[in-house]
Every structure is written in structure tokens, then in C-alpha cells.
Design a protein. Structure first.
Length: 305
């Protein structure tokens, strides 16, 4: 079980670092008014974004390995700690500030993860294959339909939040697929509709996450994505894979899960659009802010020249 937990921790580090790198890269492009997969092609010319993709892929690979033996609610909660990683890196890279409340929130999140990890044991997924495939395919269809509407939402900050919700849902479906697939052999994957749904969900999550980061503050987008991915993924894991805490540990697991989410949301408090706008205008005059890498990445309305 320890190697799987180490993989979860490493996945959180990768995901948190990738979020900040993605924010830096996508803020250098004009805001997309339509849902276009071509956005990823344009981002492919950015070394920063390519490094972010490598970290995303590594994070998901580590999570997938852990999901073979750990329940989805534990792995998803572990990935939620990527928000704390992103917040700390946002301080260093993007010029954000963490108050004492946010520092305490990071500690709360960590404590919740420790308690949650102690309430579970390695367990195989109990999967209804047909039900899991139907849920995956239906969920991906809902995400894509919602995304086509979300890019038209105004104001842009609100659209960013909606897109972040959909991105989190897409990544939750990707995680559910990793937990519920019968086999990872190439031949079985090619023939499994659930595997193809995972591919679409992963691509959709990347595109929607990039679109969200163009419109809203980095930690807000990360908080929404992580919150949705964590809760939705945990719930689907219980329904579709039979994930459960150890007997007698249900109360501790629920309390720890709530602590993780509460810590994540508290960390995100300083990243609301109004607060970011005020901080950015105070620290960087409008005529120079657009040339400041940190300001342009953290403030959705400023662009580098």
C-alpha cells in the first residue's frame, strides 16, 4: 500500500506544478470565443505548456497505477492536495500571497489526507462493466454538450468557473475509467468503448482547463476543477466500483474527506477574481502589468505584448 500512497503524493506534486505552468502558457494567447481543439495545437509551440503536459501525463500515470489497488475517494483526495501545491507555486511564480488562513488551510488539507489514508486498505474494484461504460459515455456526452454552451457565458470570469466545473467532471470520468477498466492490455483497450471515452474525457479536460485558465484566476480554476474532480470521482467510485473505507472507519474517512475539501476551498479564498484584480492593480500599474509574466498569468484580463 505504501508505494501506491507515494504515487498519489507524487501525482499531486505533478498536477499542482502543471496547473501553474498551464496558467502561464495559456494567458499568453488571445481568449478563445469558441470550443476549439486547435487551442492545444497552438499551445504545443510553448515549451512551458509542453512541460505542463508532461507533468499532467506523469501525474495521471501515477494516479492510474495507484487506482489499481486504492479506492478512488482516497486517490482523488490525494490529488486534491495539488491545489496546495499550485497555491504555493503561485506565490513563487505568479506573485500571489498566502495569508495565515491559507497556510492553516494547507495544514488542514494535509492532516485530512493522513487520516483518510489510515482509514482504507488496498481493495480491488467491484465493477459492473456495462454500467461503468454507460456512465462514462453518457458523462462525456454531457461534458461536451455543456462545454459548447459554456464558452458563450458572460462575464468571462463566470465562464471560467463553468468551464472549470466541466474540466473537473472530465478528469473525474478519466479517473473512474482507470478504476473500472477490466484490462489495460492494448488489444482490450482498443476494443473497449470505455477506454475511448477516457481518451475523449482526458482531451476535453485539457482543452476546458486551458479555456478556464484564460478567463479566471489560476487558484480559483484549480479549486473548482479539483473540488469537482474529487467529489464526483469519489461518488462514482463508490457507485460504480464499490469503493468503501475499512469497516469501522467510515466516520473518520468522511471527516477526513471533508477536511481535505475544506482546506482546498480555504486555500482558494485568496484567488477570487475581485481579490486578484485588486491585488494586481495595486502591485502593478496597468501600463506595465501586461508585461509582467506573473501578473499576466494570474490576472485574467492582462496579456503580455
Amino acid at each position: 500500500m505504501l508505494p501506491a500512497l507515494v504515487c498519489v503524493a507524487a501525482a499531486a506534486l505533478c498536477s499542482g506544478a502543471a496547473t501553474v505552468l498551464q496558467a502561464v502558457a495559456v494567458r499568453r494567447l488571445p481568449v478563445q470565443e469558441r470550443l476549439e481543439a486547435g487551442l492545444l495545437v497552438r499551445l504545443a509551440s510553448s515549451r512551458v505548456y509542453l512541460l505542463a503536459l508532461v507533468l499532467v501525463a506523469l501525474g495521471f500515470a501515477l494516479s492510474f497505477w495507484a487506482l489499481r489497488t486504492l479506492p478512488l475517494f482516497l486517490v482523488q483526495a490525494g490529488r486534491a492536495s495539488s491545489l496546495a501545491v499550485a497555491a504555493v507555486l503561485a506565490v513563487v511564480v505568479l506573485g500571489a500571497r498566502l495569508s495565515k488562513v491559507e497556510v492553516a488551510a494547507v495544514a488542514t488539507l494535509g492532516a485530512g489526507l493522513v487520516v483518510l489514508a489510515s482509514s482504507v486498505a488496498p481493495q480491488e474494484a467491484q465493477v459492473d462493466a456495462d454500467g461503468a461504460r454507460a456512465a462514462m459515455l453518457g458523462g462525456v456526452a454531457v461534458v461536451l454538450a455543456g462545454a459548447a454552451l459554456a464558452v458563450r457565458v458572460r462575464p468571462q470570469a463566470r465562464a471560467g468557473v463553468v468551464l472549470a466545473v466541466l474540466a473537473g467532471a472530465a478528469f473525474a470520468l478519466l479517473a473512474v475509467g482507470a478504476r473500472t477498466l477490466d484490462s489495460f492490455s492494448p488489444a482490450d483497450l482498443v476494443a473497449d468503448p470505455g477506454a475511448w471515452a477516457m481518451v475523449v474525457a482526458g482531451a476535453a479536460g485539457l482543452v476546458l482547463g486551458a479555456l478556464a485558465l484564460q478567463r479566471a484566476a489560476v487558484v480559483v480554476v484549480t479549486a473548482v476543477m479539483v473540488g469537482v474532480e474529487t467529489c464526483l470521482g469519489a461518488g462514482l467510485g463508490m457507485v460504480l466500483a464499490g469503493d468503501r473505507p475499512e469497516p469501522g472507519s467510515a466516520g473518520a474517512a468522511v471527516a477526513a474527506f471533508v477536511l481535505v475539501l475544506a482546506g482546498a476551498l480555504a486555500v482558494a479564498r485568496f484567488g477570487t477574481p475581485d481579490q486578484v484584480t485588486a491585488a494586481s492593480l495595486h502591485d502593478n500599474p496597468p501600463d506595465t502589468d501586461a508585461r509582467h509574466a506573473g501578473g499576466s498569468a494570474f490576472h485574467p484580463t492582462n496579456r503580455p505584448d
